[in-house]
Design a protein around this ligand. Structure first.
Ligand code: NDP
Length: 397
């Protein structure tokens, strides 16, 4: 049915490649391209399908991307490199007539700033070119938005309160490690918190607000209010929402390490001079921390990510909780990667599948909640991320 190009050969790229290869009726030709070609070759070897092609590409370079796109001629690019590459890849898609999907919004390298404005600015150009761009199609952002769209479509007349709850109750047996790219992860967590209430954004100190939330099959976990990018598009696309927040669990050991990293300046993203060489402390830290891709083997426990929603149906108050629990070990057995990469890579594959099947095809730049959630929800159950629903119970939020 379609030709797909995956850019990025990290934890998420590995999962996307496995899942794409598992669906040969939809993805008839596959290429994986990244900065380091040997990593792409290793993924192909692990999958054991010699028909998957690989290539080296610097995704910061539009001309290199265009040359690659023009030679392979994919219908869609799944961008699972880093958020820094979103705009160059979108630019190359426009130049080569290729559709686009990613899992994280663009961030400039020199400021940790999360907003969709840079990518939304491409809307008209994608529209005019007749190309589709699907933004934020991992788990959160991604499934969190699809869950919300599904709730709005089927269960609420007026959705009023949205809390996205993200728990990782896994144990990788390392003193400190991040579950995805450490640079991106630490930039996100050390930011001010932010949530939406009554038409305004409220800013908090980093990790200032927290409370115990109970996660299915896991129990209570201290959960911290963070800013997360999908809040921006969800309150825009569902204007009845009065309050939208995002919560993520962290253990005390993790937070202590994070505090020390910040206090000693290792979370800095500006350049410092070290013996005449310019280095960015956070990038150096990434080089010495455990590689998130190597955590899988000894990772136990599971993740639990969902949406807790309150609003009105037929004039009565209703609550709704929809979630997925994902076992790190099961994810590892299937793809060689832990649950955080798995829960991101599977939705990215499904998004591309939705596009190639013509179900999510409309020229322009869109967040996932702007498409029909039903076929996507159906695929989540088939592709390894089954979901569960709870109605009219205490949401704790
Ligand atoms: P990794 O760091 O493991 O992998 C990133 C990959 O991109 C690496 O293979 C890297 O190459 C490659 N890359 C980086 N820069 C370039 C470049 N200039 N040109 C070509 N390739 C490049 O990250 P993850 O797999 O953990 O994360 C991938 C993406 O998924 C990130 O954008 C992250 O924010 C997002 N994500 C989204 C989530 C969600 O739920 N929505 C959750 C988790 C992650 P090399 O190997 O040579 O360094």
């Amino acid at each position: 049915m379609g030709k797909v190009l995956i850019i990025g050969a990290g934890g998420v790229g590995t999962v996307v490649a496995h899942k794409v290869a598992q669906n040969p009726d939809v993805f008839t030709e596959i290429m994986i391209a990244s900065r380091t070609k040997s990593k792409c070759d290793a993924i192909v070897k692990a999958i054991g399908n010699p028909n998957i092609r690989t290539a080296q590409v610097d995704a910061d370079n539009v001309d290199e991307l265009v040359a690659l796109f023009n030679s392979f001629k994919p219908e869609i690019v799944i961008n699972v490199a880093l958020p820094y590459q979103d705009l160059t890849i979108m630019e190359a898609c426009l130049k080569s007539g290729v559709n686009y999907l990613d899992t994280a919004n663009y961030e400039p390298k020199d400021v940790a700033h999360f907003e969709y404005s840079w990518q939304w600015a491409y809307k008209k150009r994608f529209e005019d070119a007749g190309l589709t761009a699907i933004l934020g199609c991992g788990f959160d952002p991604g499934v969190s938005g699809i869950y919300t769209a599904y709730a709005a479509k089927h269960y609420f007349d007026e959705m009023q309160y949205l809390d996205i709850v993200d728990c990782n109750a896994g144990n990788h047996h390392k003193a400190f490690a991040t579950n995805f790219n450490p640079e991106i992860n630490i930039r996100e967590i050390t930011q001010n918190g932010r949530y939406y209430e009554n038409g305004e954004w409220v800013t908090t100190q980093p990790l200032e607000i927290h409370k115990d939330l109970t996660y299915p099959n896991i129990g209570p976990r201290d959960s911290y209010l963070l800013y997360h990018e999908e809040l921006e598009s969800l309150v825009k696309n569902f204007p009845t929402i009065k309050r939208a927040r995002f919560w993520m669990t962290f253990g005390q050991e993790y937070l202590t390490h994070l505090r020390v990293i910040q206090n000693i300046g290792m979370a800095r993203i500006d350049e410092v001079d070290y013996n005449g060489v310019k280095i960015v402390p956070l990038q150096f830290l990434k080089a010495v921390l455990p590689n998130p891709q190597d955590l899988g083997e000894n990772y136990e426990g599971e993740t639990s990510i969902g949406c807790r929603i309150r609003g009105l149906k037929d004039g009565k108050e209703r609550t709704y909780y929809v979630y997925n629990n994902c076992s790190h070990q099961e994810a590892y057995k299937e793809t060689g990667m832990q649950g955080v990469s798995y829960t991101t890579g599977v939705p990215a594959m499904i998004g591309a599948m939705m596009f190639l099947k013509g179900l999510w095809k409309k020229p322009g730049v869109w967040n996932v909640e702007e498409f029909n959630p039903d076929p996507f929800m159906e695929q989540l159950n088939k592709q390894g991320l089954p979901w569960h629903e709870v109605f009219d119970k205490d949401l704790e939020v």
